[in-house]
Ligand binder design. Structure first.
Ligand SMILES: O=C([S-])c1cc(C(=O)S)c[n+]([C@@H]2O[C@H](COP(=O)(O)O)[C@@H](O)[C@H]2O)c1
Ligand code: NI
Length: 466
């Protein structure tokens, strides 16, 4: 997804007000994800009794987008009822999130279809008659798979639910396949997570950067009863994914299990890029009213240097320098998992990542995964490999890299301006390489074949150097 200059699109999450599913959808819509395509995708979900509303609200003086999944009476929950959630000690002030500041609201009603789950009213009474759907991971998976979401959006939504199920299973002494998802498997959570996946797919990004999340303190009431904050599911998600929590002076929950699962499943890096160019900022409003926090999730869409660009930006691109090589042998990892891992490694800043076919001990055919990276992001990339492949060990070694001097350039062709890399050989002669991404962009723009464009760039480069 790199652009013609090899730069990548990154989403940078500012988690200083925490994160929830609806805040994330709202921020992505505010950034430019298509509301029309989102609503069309949500209309295909085989669940009923909800209405998705998008509006503008003012939160802490900031104009923000609000995404609200309004449930019919039968499915209603108390997620925004501060007095109920936090009791006497909670902030009783209830900010009415349907309040508008000159914005307009779009209502999308979904009352068709059927549910693949077992729904029943709870016997326990919180003083509010209410109703929870108890879905298992398999129930939720069936809903997502039967929907009309794109293949990529389904994959993203399933990844988020996979993380949620692992965290819930650990909290309740079950397995991801046997644990029952209470609030986190209810219609509003399914809609929020599918909406995040659809918007993210729509925005087409290479990286998701989340440095840390602010979290409040105290207790919160949920389907299980009173829970300490961070609630067990959030604590498990953050522990498993290495998400740093920053204590905030807030009595209440800032990070919901859905929010933490989104970060755990979709984050490609915790490190801010060395530099980035802001393309747009999106502000997603939270529903709960807390003091000492803006109550909005800001997501920044930025252009950052891709791996190739970083290479070109080395201080002295002609000088040898140390790099780290990570390697592991895999005989039990699927091609899908390996391909996904390589994509994640590249997006997280690996200089190179590839799999070489090998015949391993006991005559087993397998792959050697090889990753070249800077020492500074070795730990992050090793974590990615452990999380996404089946390996239980990684070898690391420091090597010297001897690059030829190179600089980014561009040449004019009949297909337009195309990016190249000019490399200086030890004898002083120059070689120009067409940048793959730029050649492909020209092919798509003009309908020309890869070979036609590639040769035109080579010819123009030779002429320019003559
Ligand atoms: O639904 C379940 S099982 C659930 C578990 C936990 C645990 O920590 S275990 C916590 N909660 C609370 O439910 C609400 C809604 O969460 P969403 O992620 O769906 O917004 C939230 O306050 C959680 O703390 C639910
Ligand atoms: Ni739970």
């Amino acid at each position: 997804m790199s652009n013609e200059q090899g730069r990548q699109r990154a989403l940078i999450f500012d988690g200083t007000s925490g994160i929830s599913g609806d805040m994330t959808v709202a921020a992505l819509l505010d950034l430019g994800a298509s509301e029309e395509r989102l609503m069309a995708a949500l209309a295909t979900l085989p669940v009923h009794g909800f209405e998705a509303r998008v509006s503008r609200v003012t939160k802490s003086g900031l104009s923000a987008c609000d995404f609200d999944v309004v449930l019919d009476d039968e499915h209603q929950n108390h997620d925004h009822d501060m007095a109920w959630l936090f009791g006497e000690n909670g902030t009783d002030e209830h900010e009415h999130h349907h309040h508008h500041d000159g914005g307009h609201e779009h209502h999308h009603h979904h009352d068709e279809g059927h549910e693949h789950c077992h729904e029943h009213a709870h016997g326990h009474d919180h003083g509010h008659g209410h109703h929870h759907a108890h879905r298992s991971l398999a129930d939720v998976r069936a809903v997502i798979e039967a929907s009309g979401l794109t293949a990529r959006a389904k994959e993203l939504a399933l990844a988020v639910f996979g993380k949620l199920a692992e965290a819930e299973a650990k909290a309740h002494g079950a397995t991801p396949d046997t644990v029952m998802l209470h609030e986190v498997g209810a219609v509003d959570s399914i809609v929020d997570i599918c909406a995040v996946a659809a918007c993210l797919d729509d925005l087409g990004v290479d990286q998701v950067v989340v440095p840390c999340l602010s979290e409040g303190h105290g207790t919160i009431r949920c389907a299980h009863g009173m829970m300490p904050i961070p609630v067990p599911a959030v604590a498990n998600l953050c522990s498993a994914a290495g998400i740093e929590l920053v204590p905030a002076p807030v009595h209440g929950e800032l990070v919901t299990p859905t929010g933490a699962a989104i970060v755990a499943a979709l984050r490609t890096s915790a490190e801010l890029p060395d530099s980035y160019r802001i393309l747009a900022c999106g502000y997603g409003a939270g529903k709960r009213a807390y003091e000492n926090t803006a109550g909005v999730l800001r997501v920044t869409l930025a252009e950052v240097a891709g791996a190739r660009d970083e290479e070109a930006a080395d201080d002295d691109p002609g000088a040898e320098h140390p790099v780290t090589k990570l390697e592991c042998d895999l005989d039990d990892c699927t091609g899908e998992a390996l391909g996904r891992t390589i994509e994640l490694l590249m997006a997280a800043g690996a200089r190179d990542a590839h799999a070489v076919p090998v015949v391993m001990k006991k005559g087993r055919p397998g792959y050697q995964l090889e990753v070249i990276c800077d020492e500074s992001n070795q730990q992050q990339l090793m974590d990615l490999i452990f999380e996404n492949t089946t390996t239980i060990g990684i070898r690391s070694m420091t090597m010297l890299r001897h690059p030829l001097r190179r600089q980014p350039d561009e040449v004019q062709t009949r297909f337009g301006s195309i990016a190249t890399k000019r490399v200086v050989l030890p004898n002083g002669s120059v070689r120009s390489y067409p940048e793959y991404g730029s050649v492909v962009a020209a092919c798509e723009r003009t309908g020309a074949s890869f070979q036609e464009v590639f040769r035109a760039v080579e010819a123009a480069a030779v002429e320019a150097d003559a």
